[in-house]
Design a protein around this ligand. Sequence first.
Ligand code: CIR
Length: 253
Amino acid sequence: MFSKAIVRRPGNSMLNGLRSSDLGIPDYELALKQHSRYVEALRSCGLEIHVLDADESYPDSVFVEDTALLTPACAIITKPGAASRRGEEVEIKQVVKGYFSEIQEIRKPGTVEAGDIIMVGSHYYIGISERTNREGALQVISILKKYGMTGSIVELKDVLHLKTGVSYLENNTLLAAGEFRWKKEFQNFNIIEIDPAESYAANCIWVNDNVLVPAGYPITRQRIKDAGYNIIEIDVSEFRKLDGGLSCLSLRF
Ligand code: CIR
């Protein structure tokens, strides 16, 4: 169960955020509304929320998930792989210090964005992507080991981050899209498949027996519902325009 989350309000500079798709520039006013609803949804799941002010100097800083891996034993401050995101982790480290006594850091030449890391109990799957390199992933694994946890590497091809294509919904259940449906390392999970027409919906979050699902993906919504979860739908269309999803918008611990 999670008890807290850290989020950051979107800044107007999000209009210059990194994006690989052709979905247009985000509508800032709408993004603010969607973000507030997202925060309310996390609150309704019982989380105490630490809301950081917008940081205009980093256009992608609303996607706080990438800057730290928060485990029950320690916090690992990451080293973002995207040049424009380097430095986002500095303030996050100060904030996280208020909650964790054990703080570790990824060091150069390692790069890690925690959107590439999935927590399954005390095991962590780490995707090697354009943002997370092997050196960074190995540093994460060695830190986890120090605290009695384990990690393993997953190769990815088609998505930005591992969590763009896979989400862990607890109860040994994974939501998986595209290349991840058949990966051998995931075959012992119950897999809820994402219909190819709804690939964006592979990024959902489990929060204390609720699953936050992006609005507008009815097939996925129904499949998760049929698996017995309580669903909370949240519209994150403006963050999707920057390749961001529900998980990216918070650090949950
Ligand atoms: C980026 O490209 O870094 C942002 N526009 C999106 C980050 C999404 N974060 C995530 O998947 N954890």
